[in-house]
Design a protein around this ligand. Structure first.
Ligand SMILES: Cc1cc2nc3c(=O)[nH]c(=O)nc-3n(C[C@H](O)[C@H](O)[C@H](O)COP(=O)(O)O)c2cc1C
Length: 187
């Protein structure tokens, strides 16, 4: 079976930026995703400059150091960064796509998950890989001001999702294992 074109979380990227036009194609697909009552309400920030991502990793590491009790993995990510210079948070991704919504919009997160899942599925058709930036989200959802300031998030808005994107460094021969199908048929 040929797995090229299949989606996998990509954690190793080529050190080349994705052209803005391609990033725009990804975001344009996102807005066709289904949303609750077609409420939509998600806007996007495309980060083109890798230096901004490097800065955000630095900010997140500082946040982890100040909130070490929040998750068992934080000490590992801090060590990776401080001792070995490895970015296991944003994986040296050249680009990131952020979803944002109004602070008082109740469907912001779920609509963003729907939208960014479309991006994830579409990206491989353009030869682009992606991975949810869950640790970035963890920090952003706590409304850590230095991170929000870095991306110019206004006071009435929140970050509702984050996806690293870039050209995959490696080709994968198989998908990641899944549990067996758990399904019940009624009627
Ligand atoms: C909400 C969410 C957050 C995630 N956060 C991270 C993350 O911070 N770092 C990471 O390497 N992978 C992250 N992942 C990717 C998962 O680890 C991945 O989807 C899972 O291991 C299955 O692998 P696959 O996507 O290649 O099929 C996240 C996935 C989701 C849905």
């Amino acid at each position: 079976m040929d797995f090229n074109g299949f989606r996998r979380s990509i954690r190793c990227y080529k050190n080349i930026p994705v052209p803005y036009e391609e990033l725009l194609k990804l975001v344009n697909i996102a807005r066709f995703a289904p949303t609750a009552s077609n409420s939509q309400g998600v806007s996007y920030i495309i980060v083109k400059d890798k230096k901004i991502l490097e800065k955000s990793t630095e900010i997140i590491v500082k946040w982890m150091e100040d909130n070490i009790e929040l998750h068992w993995s934080f000490s590992r990510h801090i060590n990776n960064y401080r001792k070995n210079g490895i970015d296991s948070i944003l994986r040296d991704a050249p680009n990131i796509i952020l979803a944002t919504a109004q602070k008082d919009f109740k469907n912001g997160r779920e609509n963003s998950i729907s939208a960014l899942s479309y991006v994830e599925l579409f990206a491989p058709t353009l030869g682009i890989g992606s991975c949810w930036a869950g640790l970035f989200e963890f920090c952003a959802f706590s409304n850590y001001v230095p991170l929000l300031d870095l991306f110019n998030i206004s006071k009435d808005k929140v970050i509702t999702g984050a996806l690293m994107v870039g050209y995959p460094k490696y080709k994968y021969k198989r998908l990641v294992d899944r549990n067996k199908l758990d399904v019940t048929c009624i009627g």
